[in-house]
Design a protein around this ligand. Structure first.
Ligand SMILES: [Zn+2]
Length: 272
């Protein structure tokens, strides 16, 4: 089996800006939907590379034509909540479940297909999230990073108590495809003025150099490695990034032991 590179997009659009920042920040969401997504889809058309899109229901209902294009041009659309609110912020299983179901329905309405994969919106899982994934028969999740270059099985939430060792939860049959933070374009290239963690723009070639080094290391040291990139259209669709992404796609396409796949394909061939 060859190694895999998965290009995944969190198409948050305005959903990522509803509760944070100034109203003008929402223009980034519109820019992402109307300018960047078409740009990225054109790149995928040109190169024939598949990808996975996590699309909140809020985005589907705000930009239905753009979300429809993603599907019509052959990319899988998976679950990313409806509102994109952090899962722990719902405060109850019922409230989280309502948003979860609404997100599924939005995707079904758009594509006619039920999503099988999930990525948590900002903020991580709540104590109910794994339960909901199982209740609705999700096959995989791509939110965490218990490993970095190989899938694994998601566990029930572990427990952390003062003075006690970490107790890992029971293993589930939901496959987890990791996305470490250093492969998230947003954390490196999208500073938000009000957030002291993100104070300056990174340099696109530096970010891709890091990913290229990791890919090279994976090919040398890992069997059937999986390198997943977490991209956001409003960040990844900016011209300097698109140019670097196209060069990266061209270079990876030359490799005989590595191929681009969507996440569902990686999950299908994972056997533990
Ligand atoms: Zn998101």
């Amino acid at each position: 089996m060859p190694h895999s590179v998965c290009l995944t997009y969190d198409f948050d659009a305005v959903a990522g800006w509803t509760s944070a920042g100034l109203p003008e920040y929402r223009s980034w969401g519109v820019y992402g939907a109307e300018t960047c997504v078409p740009r990225l889809l054109d790149l995928h058309d040109r190169t024939g590379v598949p990808s996975t899109w996590f699309v909140p229901g809020h985005t589907i209902e705000s930009f239905p034509e753009v979300a429809g294009e993603v599907h019509d041009r052959g990319h899988e659309i998976q679950h990313h909540g409806w509102s994109h609110d952090p899962l722990p912020s719902f405060g109850s299983r019922e409230a989280e479940r309502r948003d979860f179901v609404r997100g599924i329905e939005a995707i079904e309405e758009l594509t006619g297909e039920t999503p099988t994969g999930f990525r948590n919106p900002a903020g991580g899982f709540s104590e109910h999230t794994v339960d909901l994934l199982r209740e609705f028969g999700f096959e995989w999740d791509s939110s965490g990073t218990e490993r970095d270059l190989r899938p694994y099985y998601l566990r029930e939430r572990g427990t952390v108590e003062p003075g006690q060792p970490y107790r890992r939860g029971e293993r589930t049959d939901v496959v987890a495809v990791p996305v470490p933070w250093h492969r998230d374009d947003w954390l490196q290239l999208f500073p938000v003025a009000s957030d002291p963690q993100f104070v300056s723009y990174g340099h696109e070639p530096d970010v891709f150099n890091r990913w290229r080094t990791e890919l090279r290391w994976m090919r040398e040291h890992v069997e059937e490695g999986v390198l997943t990139l977490l991209l956001h259209p409003q960040c990844a669709g900016r011209a300097p990034f698109v140019a670097e992404l196209e060069a990266f796609i061209d270079d990876v396409s030359e490799l005989r032991d590595t191929e681009f796949t969507d996440v569902s394909t990686v999950v299908e061939s994972f056997s533990g």
